[in-house]
Design a protein around this ligand. Structure first.
Ligand SMILES: [Zn+2]
Length: 208
C-alpha cells in the first residue's frame, strides 16, 4: 500500500493554509526503459507535489519553505497566466508540467527542471494520455538535461545515466541520430554499470 501522512502547509505565494498529505511509503516493481517506475500500488508521484487550492502554486514540500520575496513575485506573474479557479484539481502530468515552469521562474537548476519534465511524461503515461501528449514534456526534459550538462551540473558518476536517458528520450522522439550519439557516448565513459550497458544495447537495437 502507498502510505500517506496528513500535513498542513502554508502557501508562500498567497499565505493560505491548507491540508495536504505527504507520501511516506510506496512499492516499486520494475522500471520502463525511460526509468518510469512501475508502482505496485498506484502512482504516488502526483502526491509529491502539493497544489495550493487558493492560488494554484505547485511545489514539493521543500518548495513551500524555500521561497523568498523575489521568487514569490516572479511566481505570482506566472500563476496569473494560469487563470486558477479555486479548488481546481490537477492530475499528475499537469502538476509536474506546472512545477517545472515554476521551477524555471524560481531559478531551479536545469537538472531539477529536466527531472520535473521527465516525471510529467511518466505521469502522462500512467494517466493514460497517448504518446503524442507526452512529447512536449519529453522535448523539454531533453532540452533541460542538455542545458544541465552544458552547465556541468552533473558529477562524472551521473553521466552514464544522463547519456543513457538522453539516448532513450531522443529515441522516443524519433531523433535517432541524437539518440545514437548519446548511447555511443557511454563507451567513452569510465565506470558504466553493466546493467546500464545491457539496457542501452537493448534500446539501441530498436533503432533501425
Ligand atoms: Zn497559494
Amino acid at each position: 500500500m502507498t502510505e500517506f501522512e496528513p500535513k498542513k502547509l502554508s502557501c508562500p505565494c498567497c499565505e493560505a493554509e491548507f491540508e495536504t498529505r505527504l507520501v511516506t511509503g510506496f512499492r516499486i516493481g520494475d522500471k520502463d526503459a525511460d526509468f518510469c517506475p512501475r508502482y505496485l500500488d498506484g502512482n504516488p508521484l502526483p502526491d509529491f507535489l502539493h497544489v495550493c487550492p487558493e492560488c494554484g502554486f505547485v511545489g514539493f514540500e521543500a518548495d513551500y519553505r524555500n521561497m523568498d520575496e523575489t521568487k514569490v513575485k516572479r511566481v505570482g506573474t506566472l500563476l496569473a497566466g494560469f487563470h486558477w479557479q479555486k479548488n481546481q484539481s490537477l492530475g499528475g502530468a499537469e502538476r509536474y508540467r506546472r512545477a517545472a515552469l515554476i521551477g524555471i521562474y524560481t531559478g531551479k537548476r536545469s537538472a531539477e527542471v529536466a527531472d520535473l519534465y521527465l516525471q510529467a511524461t511518466w505521469c502522462s503515461r500512467m494517466e493514460g494520455e497517448n504518446d503524442d501528449d507526452q512529447k512536449g514534456a519529453r522535448r523539454k526534459a531533453v532540452k533541460y538535461f542538455e542545458l544541465a550538462m552544458a552547465a556541468e551540473e552533473f558529477s562524472p558518476d551521473d553521466l552514464p545515466v544522463v547519456h543513457y536517458l538522453l539516448g532513450e528520450l531522443n529515441r522516443r522522439l524519433g531523433e535517432d541520430e541524437k539518440a545514437l550519439r548519446h548511447f555511443d557516448k557511454m563507451d567513452d565513459l569510465e565506470k558504466v554499470d553493466p546493467w546500464l550497458i545491457e539496457w542501452r544495447d537493448k534500446q539501441k537495437a530498436l533503432i533501425k
